[in-house]
Design a protein around this ligand. Structure first.
Ligand code: GLU
Length: 477
């Protein structure tokens, strides 16, 4: 039997997490949870130039809101702490020394100008842009320059040959090493690049499966060369397909992709977002679409992840969000509605929850739908009144009958009240649905909304009667 997986999500704090990047976190989390393994969070912040203030906090908040709790990582700790790369720089330098000693890495003092000239010449000759190994051939000189204070970077010496691996999602992948650049491992300020820090940490943190975005595929042969040079067993790799927006462009911050926390603030449920993201490239073996996180965990495996790009469709998210809202226990829905109905008491929210549950797509929809029940409704001259299909005389009789019944305690039994008024409308050859629009406009200010008899009961006779009478006054007598 395979040992439980140890997987990691390794974001760089370069901005808020959007659906494309958090989907990678989700697949890692699912793999860990479905195999009783560990989900590790590691902050890859060695590129100080791209650091965006506050993004770590947002990353942790996004993961927590989604319920993707990590077993090791920032704020949680663990046997391989610290889990923030800028705090591990000495570790990477130590490994860099080993690579120099074994000849798998070499120092390079080429200046930025020289590298720019080299690249320009390569471009002009239609050659791929790649370090020409000038410094590899002059180690003594480079050593003297370094001793004299010339800034130097450490480069990986890519070995000859081919690199192959079997990707858990892509299948066999092969690279000719001649295509690979002798990339920088340590920058001149002594900070590691992504490649060195990532490989060192994945090894030291005993990562068994690297599940990451497929944009990293070209880096994987370089990483495998580092594992080989260090005599370390590499992890398995699974490169997840890119997430595209509906216009089939890569989802990215620059293209207006929303961050996870924006979805929260728009009134989406974390479980719906998890559900929608899981379906980006993965599908349930039995084809079910509406799944709670624990159901996804129970069904998840990487071999059901497609290698082709997945399209993130907000309409599908909306649909799933509505369905997950319908599945909530009313007490839970009432709690979740609190930020959207700030004026409502706990008790009011509890009575509103069943009226809203079937009618909202996002929690935020509750604000507009419940507004006529939580505050005054101004008479809106632009709303057609009486509504289509209802003549003024019938509307007047309906409002009078309704007001009389409400005054006589009719809200005690709204089923009976509805039946009484339905019978009256039908006698006049009108469908209840059409006739009741009169009551909707009267009570809620619009021809549709939450069920109007429930609305009247919620408001009580005292608040309902003036609305019925006001509407009556807007009819010709
Ligand atoms: N820090 C990298 C990123 O931001 C991690 C890539 C990887 O998972 O290896 O995407």
């Amino acid at each position: 039997m395979r040992a439980p997986p140890r997987v990691r999500f390794a974001p760089s704090p370069t901005g808020a997490l959007h659906v494309g990047s958090i989907r990678t976190a989700l697949f890692n989390w699912l793999l860990a949870r479905s195999g009783a393994g560990a989900f590790i969070l590691r902050i890859e912040d060695t590129d100080q130039g791209r650091h965006v203030e506050g993004s770590e906090v947002q990353i942790l908040e996004s993961l927590r809101w989604l319920g993707l709790e990590w077993d090791e990582g920032p704020e949680v700790g663990g046997p391989h702490a610290p889990y923030v790369q800028s705090l591990r720089v000495e570790t990477y330098r130590g490994v860099a020394e080993e690579l120099v000693a074994s000849g798998a890495a070499y120092w390079c003092t080429c200046t930025a100008e020289r590298l720019a000239q080299m690249r320009a010449a390569q471009r002009a000759a239609h050659q791929p842009s790649r370090y020409d190994r000038r410094c590899l051939g002059r180690p003594e000189e480079v050593a003297r320059e370094r001793a004299g204070g010339t800034p130097a970077v450490l480069r990986q010496r890519i070995p000859e040959g081919r690199t192959e691996w079997v990707d858990a999602i892509r299948g066999p992948v092969a690279f000719d090493n001649a295509e690979l650049d002798d990339q920088v491992l340590l920058k001149s300020d002594g900070f590691p690049t992504y490649h060195l820090a990532n490989v060192v940490d994945d090894h030291l943190m005993e990562i068994t499966d690297v599940v990451r975005a497929d944009e990293w595929i070209p880096s994987t042969p370089k990483h495998l060369a580092l594992y080989a040079a260090l005599g370390w067993a590499p992890p398995r790799f699974a490169h997840v397909p890119v997430v595209l927006s509906e216009d089939r462009q890569k989802l990215s911050k620059r293209r207006g992709a929303r961050s996870v926390l924006e979805y929260r603030d728009l009134g989406y449920l974390p479980v719906a977002l998890v559900n929608a993201m899981a379906l980006l490239g993965w599908s349930s073996p039995d084809g079910e679409e509406v799944l709670a996180p624990d159901q996804i965990v129970a069904r998840f495996s990487l071999d059901r992840v497609q290698p082709s790009p997945a399209v993130f469709d907000e309409q599908r998210l909306d649909k799933l969000n509505g369905l997950h809202i319908r599945m909530l226990p009313l007490t839970r829905l009432a709690e979740l509605l609190a930020p959207w109905l700030p004026a409502a008491s706990d008790e009011q929210r509890l009575s509103l929850a069943p009226l809203l549950q079937e009618r909202i797509t996002r929690l935020s929809d509750a604000t507009t739908l419940a507004a006529p029940l939580l505050g005054e409704v101004a008479w809106d001259e632009t709303v057609e009144f009486p509504p289509r299909k209802v003549d003024a005389a019938t509307a007047a009789d309906l409002l009078d009958a309704c007001a009389a019944a409400v005054e006589a305690g009719g809200l005690e039994d709204i089923t009976a009240l509805r039946e009484q008024l339905t019978a009256m409308l039908e006698q006049r050859g009108l469908k209840a649905r059409d006739g009741f629009r009169v009551l909707y406009v009267a009570v809620l200010g619009a021809p549709a909304g939450v069920p109007v008899f429930d609305a009247m009961r919620f408001l009580g006779a005292e608040a309902t009667l003036p609305r019925l009478r006001r509407a009556r006054a807007h009819l010709p007598s």
